[in-house]
Ligand binder design. Sequence first.
Ligand SMILES: [Mg+2]
Length: 320
Amino acid sequence: MTTTSRLSRAVGAVVGSAVGDALGAPFEFGPEHAFSARFPHPGHGGEMCGGGGWEPGEATDDTQMAVLVAESLLERGGLEPPDLFQRFQRWAAADPKDIGLQTEAVLAGGDPWDIAAALHFQTSGRAAGNGSLMRAATSAVYFARRGRDATMDAARRIAALTHGDRAAWEGTAVLHELVRAALDGDDPLTAIPETLAEVHPDHRDRYAAVLSPDWHPDLATEFNGAVWPCLGSAVWALRTTSSYEDAVRSAIDLGGDTDTVAAVTGALAGAVHGADAVPPRWTEVLHVPLPGFGERVLRVTELAELAGRLNGRPHRLTAP
Ligand SMILES: [Mg+2]
């Protein structure tokens, strides 16, 4: 039994992801355990320190793109891929402080929305980054009420806008489904086997490996900027902790792509533990600039409001 409401879990997923992103950003590409070396005592404050070009509490491309996804879904009343792609392009053209290499190549290449990512994958052969996983909190909340198939299908379609490799689609679909389980009040770790059964057969074994209870981030065969170890690390952080705060601390302490691993961890841990588990000292400085969309900067109240609207029942899955 649980007393955490669905709304609290939805806000926890969206705000929790944004907080993880902002908390991890100054430690990007740093060594392991840099975070706990600097902040050895959980709960003592000062962790939203900024650095590496980021202001304290400033969310990065992960959250900025998640907000673009949210606003497209809500304003269009469903998933309208050309609209979302156009918003991504407008944002990318406004010179955001950070943008994934793959994402930038696809959005700036000038190719139509329905073939841009596939063309890029065809020529580069590399499109299994974590760039579609990082922005998934909002769409996961939006599609959750439609059930597993709709949730995983939408995740794949949104991922495919920037990532041509099905590995990225499948990983994003898994994350969507685990968030959906958490919003229902279920344990996402328990939902892993049935979720894996829905993963494309060509990709199932690799996800089964990184989502296994005996997997550890040290076993990763790629840098955690790749989709598999990023998702595996987030699930590991959730599995090995019992609070939102400890989960994101563990994620950032892995080093590497700390903002994104913490954003993905934060989405899961926020959905599991609820909005009240996200420390206010972190949310009060949180802010999300939206390059290309005026001078807008979203604060936690706007993010929570957005999460509430995403949590409301969508009228239809796909806009006409
Ligand atoms: Mg980022």
